[in-house]
Design a protein around this ligand. Sequence first.
Ligand code: SF4
Length: 87
Amino acid sequence: MANLENATKTAEGVTVNGIVLSPVVEQCEGCNRLREFEGEKFCSSYAFPAKKWMGGNCNFATHIKVAVAKGAKVNPLKASKRAAKGK
Ligand code: SF4
């Protein structure tokens, strides 16, 4: 895992360019945006990983795939026209 760039440890915690970062959460495991700093893991894209997961999956995550519905896409409007024509 790559190191967190420009990170420094301050009284508030680990900061990058003056922004205090929170460590990643369990769901982040496997994400390519994980970075390490002094034994802790942080996100290279977002300061508060827990917040990214509060409303569902993190939209920056590289390790999850959005489930795609199986089968060909059917346009219901075209399908009904085809059915009306008897094709
Ligand atoms: S991009 Fe999302 S899933 Fe990946 S480390 Fe950051 S917060 Fe976690």
